[in-house]
Design a protein around this ligand. Structure first.
Ligand SMILES: Cc1cc2nc3c(=O)[nH]c(=O)nc-3n(C[C@H](O)[C@H](O)[C@H](O)COP(=O)(O)O)c2cc1C
Length: 271
């Protein structure tokens, strides 16, 4: 991908383009839509998100209208910036099926990111990579179904060493990886246990390490950094350690101007 600036709106926090009302598109390299699954998902019961001092904890649970509804309304999802589609599933069969369904529409998107790392669903998500053979079959079959699409695997640090998972993605000739998705976490509020995915500043050193280890093993794969990017300095650090582009998620909740600030700073930076 050739993004100018190398700044991407992360899947989820950016919704399906809503932030374009608040941010000058000139400062966005690409916008990732919220993950779509084969079947509609209602998501988890509220409350689904808490914004703490150093992190956000969420348990959205991949709420989305399903791929058929998405396709029927595809005109609505065409944004005035390069767009990355994010797809997910509960099972191997669902990942393969959704790839087949999207195939005729793949050219509308700059890239397709497959979410192999949602921490907030009972099936699929993060657990999909725990069976290595099944996961490899998904990677192999999706590559075959979408031979001309820029394919990105979004990974977490759980389930495997992330650099090992990344090598598996590269082995199947996928072009990119996004590192990292939220990490499973837990808080206690008034004696009540609340579980969810952790994002925000606390994730930054973990994500930096994931990218550092992966880049040592894979010189050519396109790496999108995700995790705690809030400032120009954060962006610089990720690009120095080996990322090709940075993505912004939780920072959007604090202040959408962060995107414009970092985007202006990165405009013209070639990675
Ligand atoms: C409320 C919320 C919803 C999210 N939804 C998705 C999603 O649908 N698909 C996905 O791949 N990642 C999702 N994520 C993960 C983000 O894209 C991002 O990888 C993660 O939050 C780490 O980056 P950040 O610290 O900049 O937020 C979500 C994160 C949050 C906070």
């Amino acid at each position: 991908m050739n993004l100018n600036p190398p700044l991407i709106i992360a899947s989820g926090p950016g919704g399906n383009g809503e932030y374009l009302k608040l941010i000058n598109p000139e400062y966005i390299g690409a916008y990732t839509l919220k993950t779509v699954t084969l079947n509609p998902k209602k998501g988890n019961l509220p409350p689904r998100m808490r914004d703490k001092e150093h992190f956000v904890i969420n348990s959205i649970g991949l709420e989305n209208p399903g791929i058929n509804h998405f396709i029927e309304n595809i005109e609505k999802y065409k944004l005035n910036v390069k767009t990355i589609l994010s797809l997910g599933g509960d099972t191997k069969e669902e990942y393969i099926k959704i790839a087949e369904i999207i195939d005729p529409y793949a050219q509308y998107f700059e890239a397709i990111e497959f979410n192999f790392s949602c921490p907030n669903v009972k099936k699929g998500g993060l657990s999909i990579i725990s069976d290595k053979d099944e996961w490899e079959e998904i990677l192999k079959k999706v590559r075959k179904i979408l031979p001309n699409t820029f394919l990105i695997a979004k990974l977490s640090i759980e389930g495997n060493f992330v650099e090992t998972s990344s090598q598996i993605v590269a082995k199947h000739n996928w072009e990119g990886i996004t590192l990292i998705n939220c990490v499973r976490g837990l808080i206690i509020e008034n004696g009540k246990v609340i579980t969810g995915g952790i994002s925000g500043p606390i994730l930054k050193p973990i994500s930096l390490r994931a990218i550092y280890e992966t880049r040592k093993k894979l010189k050519d794969i396109y790496i999108i950094a995700s995790g705690g990017i809030y400032t120009e300095k954060d962006a610089d650090e990720f690009l120095e350690i080996g990322a090709n582009a940075i993505s912004i998620g939780s920072a959007l909740f604090k202040d959408p101007n962060v995107v414009e600030k970092i985007g202006k700073y990165l405009k013209g930076v070639k990675k």
